[in-house]
Design a protein around this ligand. Structure first.
Ligand code: SF4
Ligand code: SF4
Length: 250
């Protein structure tokens, strides 16, 4: 079984948010509820201050703090699914412990005040337990893995587009969006990235491109000091990763 990993080259990423839009369409998320977000920030001071950005999906951590705190075991890491961390919407009670425990801020509780107006939940009211009924609804539905239009009162997050990835031929080292035989299995954010800043493949396969990139270009994981050990790696210094500076007592 593959161990799915994503590589994001920050020297190539232009911060265009095509990934964010593609993810929202693919996964029926409400506007503003971005499973694949791009975070913008400033570094430095005038006159040499710079605008920077960081694309950020769920890291599908090897040691996920969200799983450890979930009281109902709704959140779980599935090694048979390439190590993807899922939320079982049948079990989630919406307590939000996982949202607090995740150091990357990638989880959403969509029952709250809408992040963007108008509130599409009122315009497209949900049916059959769904939170809303988007007009472009993706036909895939798998509540055990948090896939589909979410119901009320649950937490949601990126699934590495498991509904696509799971259909790839077994043993595939990389899901390359340039390969016509594989492109249907590639996660939506990887498939749509205009400058091809994203790569997706098997971290357990020594011949995969993701492994080569991580080794050759010194891939790093975010907030490694937390011990979460993400399955998402970043390359390059172009867009930069905010430096972690431990606070010292004065
Ligand atoms: S909100 Fe749901 S998934 Fe998160 S900790 Fe609570 S029960 Fe588990
Ligand atoms: S990034 Fe957060 S939500 Fe995703 S697996 Fe890690 S701790 Fe859990």
């Amino acid at each position: 079984m593959a161990k799915w990993g994503m590589v994001i080259d920050l020297d190539k990423c232009t911060g265009c948010q095509a990934c964010t839009t593609a993810c929202s369409m693919e996964n029926n998320t409400l506007p503003g509820e971005n499973w694949q977000d791009v975070l913008y920030y400033h570094e430095g001071q005038y006159p040499s201050g710079q605008m920077k950005w960081l694309p950020r999906p769920c890291m599908q951590c090897e040691n996920p703090s969200c799983v450890h705190v979930c009281p109902t075991r709704a959140t779980y890491k599935d090694m048979d699914a390439g190590g993807i961390v899922f939320v079982d919407w049948n079990k989630c009670i919406g307590c939000k412990y996982c949202m607090i425990a995740c150091p990357y801020g990638v989880r959403f509780y969509a029952d709250e005040k809408p992040l963007l107006e108008p509130d599409l939940r009122a315009i497209f009211p949900g049916e059959g337990g769904q939170l809303w009924s988007p007009p472009y609804q993706n036909p895939e539905e798998d509540w055990r893995r948090g896939i589909g239009v979410q119901p009320h009162g649950v937490v949601s997050k990126c699934t590495f587009c498991y509904h696509r990835v799971s259909k790839a031929p077994p043993g595939t080292p990389d899901l390359d969006e340039d390969d016509p035989m594989l492109k249907e299995y590639v996660p939506a954010c990887v498939r749509t990235c205009p400058p091809k800043a994203r790569f997706f493949g098997d971290l357990d396969n020594p011949s995969s491109q993701v492994n080569r990139l991580i080794g050759d270009k010194h891939g790093v994981r975010l907030l490694d000091h937390t011990g979460n050990r993400p399955q998402v790696y970043y390359l390059g210094a172009g867009a930069g990763i905010p430096a972690f500076t431990p606070k010292t007592k004065s």
